[in-house]
Design a protein around this ligand. Structure first.
Ligand code: SF4
Ligand code: SF4
Ligand code: SF4
Length: 323
């Protein structure tokens, strides 16, 4: 049944993301610092192009097919999330070793590929993408749950797992194409980002947004015409979802990166060629990436030429929450 309630949404401006992971730590400290959640980053920041977290999540399937049928994709393995090693503090710090070695030497962890990106020097490139549950309008996790343990709140569109009903079948983990539903092997139930609803209910912004030093996240109701989220998503249409082709109707929106310097020739002279290829941005954000980048560049040119831009003012606004 189509969702008819109010919807909270988040806009993330990728041009301003520092890749500092403060958002990830804020979420980790608040929500996933308990047993069974060691591998969980409800919020993570990944370098793109790259395998991301869990490793190669974009190849794991899920979402809906063209007929609207939910698809069960691959279940990530525990290693896909990365297994933290033990650190030999005893030898490194107290027995003269001098270096704290990891045991065993890890071969993969989340952010193992940080800043790797793609391309060849001097035209290599990467971008950061912070990711969290999209609080989808049409959640594949909910559609896949035979226990009906997942529900979407009418008052704000937040998608939650009823921990009393969940039996840990993990169909939701398979079906979420963003792999933002996670399994807790200690409680034997599935868990996910709760969009900080206990904070939001008190008028406080999500921890990942509140703590972001880059001030790149804006949160608000999509039907609140005074909110920056409404203006960026609906009015100006410069904020777009990640992988819209998955069919879940994400409510986390992104301003794609548009201000990177041009690629250069072997003498360092600008070639007037996009540093991050549009083909790559299209593969992430669909065909809407083209008009959005064109609009953002036109707005930037306006300001460069002494004019003003309502869109760029919104993107630089400190008015980040409208709850
Ligand atoms: Fe469910 Fe995944 Fe959408 Fe979150 S991102 S609501 S877990 S389908
Ligand atoms: Fe974590 Fe809250 Fe951000 Fe969700 S909204 S990723 S629970 S800090
Ligand atoms: Fe990016 Fe903000 Fe997260 Fe830092 S805290 S990585 S700037 S979203």
């Amino acid at each position: 049944m189509a969702f008819t309630g109010r919807q909270l949404a988040m806009v993330i401006n990728l041009d301003k993301c520092l890749g500092c992971h403060t958002c990830t730590v804020a979420c980790k400290n608040l929500w996933t610092n308990k047993e069974g959640r060691e591998h969980m980053y409800w919020n993570n920041v990944e370098s793109k192009p790259g395998p991301g977290y869990p490793k190669n999540w974009e190849n794991m399937g899920g979402g809906f097919d063209a007929n609207g049928n939910v698809q069960l994709g691959t279940l990530p393995t525990r290693d896909d999330y990365g297994r933290d090693p033990d650190y030999d503090f005893q030898n490194g710090l107290f027995e003269g070793g001098g270096i704290v070695n990891a045991k065993p030497e890890p071969t993969w962890l989340s952010n193992w590929d940080e800043d790797d990106g793609a391309g060849t020097f001097p035209n290599n490139y990467y971008m950061y993408i912070p990711r969290l549950c999209n609080q989808c309008t049409n959640p594949a996790c909910l559609a896949a749950c035979k226990r009906k343990a997942i529900y979407k709140r009418e008052e704000d569109g937040v998608v939650l797992v009823d921990q009393d009903r969940c039996r840990g079948y993990r169909h939701c983990v398979q079906a979420c194409p963003y792999k933002k539903m996670m399994y807790n092997a200690f409680t034997k139930k599935s868990e996910k980002c709760i969009f900080c609803y206990p904070r939001v209910e008190k008028g406080k912004a999500n921890a990942c947004a509140a703590q972001c030093p880059g001030r790149i996240r804006q949160v608000g109701f999509l039907d609140d015409t005074s909110s920056d989220v409404y203006k960026l998503v609906t009015q100006h249409q410069v904020a777009i979802p990640l992988h819209p082709e998955y069919g879940t109707g994400p409510n986390v929106y992104y301003i794609p990166p548009f201000s990177g310097p041009s690629q250069v020739d072997d003498q360092g002279r600008p070639l007037n060629v996009d540093r991050i290829p549009m083909t790559y941005l299209r593969s992430l954000f669909g065909d809407d990436a083209d008009p959005v980048i064109a609009t953002l560049r036109a707005e930037r040119d306006k300001v460069t030429n002494g004019g003003s831009s309502a869109i760029l003012e919104l993107l630089n606004s400190n008015n980040r929450f409208s709850l």
